[in-house]
Design a protein around this ligand. Sequence first.
Ligand code: CTP
Length: 401
Amino acid sequence: MQTLADKRILLGISGGIAAYKSADLVRRLTERGADVRVILTSAAQEFITPLTLQAVSGNPVSHSLLDPAAEAAMGHIELAKWADLILIAPASADVIARLAHGLANDLLTTCVLASSAPVAVAPAMNQQMYKNIATQKNLATLKEHNFHIFGPGVGAQACGDTGAGRMLEPLELVALTEQLFSPVKNLQGLRITITAGPTREAIDPVRYISNHSSGKMGFALAQAAAAMGAEVTLISGPVQLATPAGVTRIDVQSAEQMHQAALSAAVQSDIFIGCAAVADYRVAEIAADKLKKGAEAEMQLTLVKNPDIIAAVAALPQQRPFTVGFAAETRNVLEYARQKLLNKRLDMICANDVSASDRGFNSDDNALSVIWRGGELDLPKAPKQQLATQLITLISEHYKN
Ligand code: CTP
């Protein structure tokens, strides 16, 4: 679909290994109708060539502020005025620092200063560089200056580290760009509470029981709902994700803590979405000291059932929100989901198959079957951000009806 028809996007590419994905990003943007012009910083040219980007964008690529021929064709001020959006992907720690300080020491930073268009940056760097207080302060400055920050993603990095700092995938960047151009603010006034991530059930001071949930789906839902104007409370178990803009976040560890936080938020919400992978059981008695290994070949832990958070929300006698659950299954996906819809008295349930490694838990993509009393809809495999927007739209339509 031509979701970006006639949108003029100035794509700034700075130096980082993620620059190899920029050619794909240009393709995805142009496929959706955008007119893309590319500026490369000098470091970016070490990772990707102007020729590649010229071929995929169909436009000449700019890289020098002081190139008389380029200035005669489309000068930096013209480029800055031409853009409906400046998207910088990947945005290195260096370019983020220069933008935060208003430097204009190359073509890209000069264009940003000279443009009144919105600017979005997709950070891409080593996890330690991302965590560094200097980078965090620079990003906070950019947010204050109304820059949009896309990502970063979390996961394995080219340098061998793992953590936050990966550039979002091209399709995720496209979804965020689409949202930016058509912010459907039709959820204004709606209060939505979302639970996300795993819970952690302590065994002793150093050990716990948990699961592989990354929290990405819940965070994507929170971001989509906030972008559509809703007032969002995100109750999150331990995850490595940045809080989406405009979202109120409550961090919890255990299912009992999540239960408490969820019930007090739910009675003040119009919609409650239980996306968290809540541990069904906790250890009956948490040991005060680290458990020591005994001589026996086996050890036994006594587990007791945790409260079912979403069932408790759906059973609220008053101020019950429209309640949406998730069902992560490895087999009989639809059947189990339908049972959960009924047993937990939910209004809607989103079933996903977590047996496939290319979607669901810990993946950037997901596919969902959404079931409610009287209907079903399949949302095919897509980046979680894109799926989140579709799902929030569907939920809000059902809430309103
Ligand atoms: N859920 C919850 N509290 C729990 C367990 C689950 O709120 N203690 C919610 C989840 O957030 C999700 C839905 O219930 O929205 C289904 O979670 P799931 O783990 O698939 O189902 P369970 O009820 O735990 O059943 P089972 O593990 O046997 O599949």
